[in-house]
Design a protein around this ligand. Structure first.
Ligand SMILES: C[S@@+](CC[C@H](N)C(=O)[O-])C[C@H]1O[C@@H](n2cnc3c(N)ncnc32)[C@H](O)[C@@H]1O
Length: 183
């Protein structure tokens, strides 16, 4: 039941945001997006879609319990950094990384995703709402290096069509690659 409510939360939030008045959404504690987990197999599909390679840095903006960052470290031998504003999520993520044996390859930092340093990323993963994606886009464009991949669970940028979309388990994942010489 709780899981079902979680899966309904993001579409409901999108529907709310899409209505004419576009009210500011309040998910509590300053969050711009509610906590909804990506399923483990979809996490893997995201990391495969982004072609994560050993030694690369994967940054998850709004990392929840750390599952994307932990899978990137454990299964793709990447270095992972997760940012989340919710301190409970950061505690969970650190405990989950320790249980998975990847504490030394991962960092979890309590920070607003709009302030988080992203320049190190080879891959940025997001599961965020459309208005948050659109607010983030100027930073991604100005701070990420050419060749950096962005992988998104479910949601698009209004002003930048994806290079690729796939549909694992009835979800939609999108991929963008930062182009060389200006975006
Ligand atoms: C939809 S969940 C995604 C969790 C995880 N990335 C996953 O795919 O399983 C979004 C996450 O973003 C976090 N969040 C919301 N607003 C944020 C903000 N302004 N800065 C950092 N994290 C935020 C929430 O606490 C939540 O954990």
């Amino acid at each position: 039941m709780v899981a079902a409510l979680h899966w309904l939360a993001l579409p409901a939030a999108v529907a709310c945001w899409s209505c004419q008045s576009r009210p500011a959404l309040d998910f509590g504690a300053g969050l711009d997006v509610p906590y909804v987990q990506t399923s483990p197999s979809v996490v893997h599909a995201m990391l495969e879609l982004a072609h994560v390679r050993p030694g690369e840095t994967v940054i998850d903006l709004g990392c929840g319990d750390g599952r994307i960052v932990i899978a990137a470290a454990k299964d793709f031998h990447a270095h992972g950094i997760g940012y989340d504003l919710d301190p409970l999520r950061i505690s969970e993520a650190r405990a989950n990384a320790a249980a998975a044996g990847v504490s030394s390859q991962t960092e979890f930092i309590q920070q607003d995703l709009f302030q988080a340093p992203i320049w190190k990323a080879d891959v940025v993963s997001v599961f965020l709402l459309p208005p948050v994606m659109d607010r983030l886009l100027p930073r991604l464009r100005s701070e990420l290096s050419p060749g950096t991949r962005i992988v998104s669970h479910s949601f698009l940028f209004h002003a930048w069509p994806p290079d690729k979309a796939i549909h694992p388990e009835g979800r939609t994942l999108y991929l963008w690659t930062m182009p060389a010489g200006g975006k």
